[in-house]
Design a protein around this ligand. Structure first.
Ligand code: 5AD
Ligand code: SF4
Length: 360
């Protein structure tokens, strides 16, 4: 038996085990890991894929993360903000295409007008249908704001920790109060306390990131007892400060494989959570999202942002789907699900992990 086979069958993976799994050298060994993860997924969450329509509400951002193409100081981006009426149209479209959930994502803004705008938008969505789950991904906010949005109908919140290592986090962000690791961590705890299904995630293959960092990221998600995860490869963007380190990165194909292994190990560690197969995977490999599903992911987030805004939400280079409109996005995503041998789930797709916790 391959040593890898023994490790994936273990009851509890140690950090050392995780590093071994992350650094496998052969395709044969990687396949052992991915197949085990897929089997765990089938057993605990089934061969069902949950669809979340993604709406990139605005690329206006007050922050300056060193890796991100829509950072405030990037003057090469045309800024936009989708009006409520158009968002409501997208929601109607999503509902009539069997989506039971949308994710509203935007650059990070913290001000009274933005908070109230989101609250009103949530109320409008509730008016269309109470039978609709909304996930927000709007960055760090005050507890009061998180509560206001929860009460207005948002049930889920995604806030990636980006890297769980304090030092690396500091390296990837300006050193100021707006980009503070402890504040971000506190937000995740507050979200959980309020009652949101809370999601987090990291970027994989960042400059200065080690395999130990990545193993710690997975253990961080487990310790935080998170309900959902979205993580994917780091992809350089030329208008960002981190671009200068591009020569030091793992080759792009290796970042892709490493991301699949991260998904697979997370599935083995946290059997019943929701894990997204992210767009960043697809930007490296046209079949990237199918491969993510086969490595243990169970959520896809087709982009439903109206086409005219799409090419301005460039977090990284070669972001795919820029020329695919909403209809094409839906047709395409059904193909992705079929080619992974799975089917689209019909229920809301609340994290099983979250539901189980609620029963006690
Ligand atoms: N490569 C990959 N992912 C990125 N993100 C931002 N910039 C990049 C990049 N260059 C991710 C971050 C953020 C999410 C909205 O997009 O993880 O949380
Ligand atoms: Fe803004 Fe998010 Fe990009 Fe950071 S990662 S610059 S908060 S959009």
């Amino acid at each position: 038996m391959l040593p890898i086979q023994e490790i994936v069958e273990k009851e509890n993976l140690t950090k050392e085990d995780i590093v071994t799994l992350l650094t496998v050298k052969t395709k044969e060994e990687q396949d052992v890991l991915l197949q085990k993860a897929n089997a765990v997924k089938e057993q605990f969450v089934g061969k069902k894929v949950y669809l979340r329509g993604l709406i990139e509400l605005s690329n206006i951002c007050g922050k300056n993360c060193f890796y991100c193409g829509i950072r405030a100081e990037n003057n090469n981006t045309k800024r936009y903000n989708i009006p409520d009426e158009e968002v409501v149209e997208v929601i109607r479209f999503a509902k009539s295409n069997q989506f039971s959930s949308v994710v509203i994502q935007s650059g990070e803004l913290c001000n009274f007008a933005f908070t109230k705008r989101i609250t009103r938008l949530l109320e409008k969505i509730q008016n269309i249908s109470e039978q609709f789950r909304v996930t927000l991904s709007l960055g760090e906010q005050s507890e009061e704001t998180y509560r206001e949005w929860y009460n207005a109908g948002a049930q889920r919140y995604l806030l990636r920790i980006e890297s769980s290592d304090r030092e690396l986090y500091r390296t990837l962000h300006p050193n100021n109060k707006l980009h503070d690791y402890e504040a971000r961590l506190k937000c995740l705890q507050v979200l959980k306390r309020i009652g949101y299904q809370a999601g987090t995630g990291v970027m994989i293959g960042l400059p200065f990131q080690t395999f130990e960092n990545l193993a710690d990221d997975l253990l961080f998600m487990k310790n935080l007892d998170i309900d959902m995860v979205g993580m994917g490869p780091y992809i350089e963007h030329e208008d960002t400060p981190l671009y200068q380190y591009r020569e030091s990165l793992l080759p792009i194909k290796d970042r892709f494989d490493l991301s699949l292994r991260m998904i697979a190990i997370l599935r083995i560690l946290m059997k019943d959570i929701n894990i997204a197969s992210t767009t960043a995977l697809q930007s490296i490999d046209p079949e990237g999202r199918e491969k993510g599903l086969l490595a243990g992911a169970n959520v896809l987030m087709p982009n439903l942002t109206p086409l005219k805004y799409r090419d301005n939400y460039m977090l990284y280079e070669n972001k795919p789907g820029v020329f695919q409109d909403e209809e094409e996005s839906v047709v395409y995503i059904k193909k992705v699900v079929n080619s992974a041998g799975e089917e689209i789930a019909q229920d809301y797709g609340d994290s099983l992990h979250f539901k189980k916790k609620r029963q006690f």
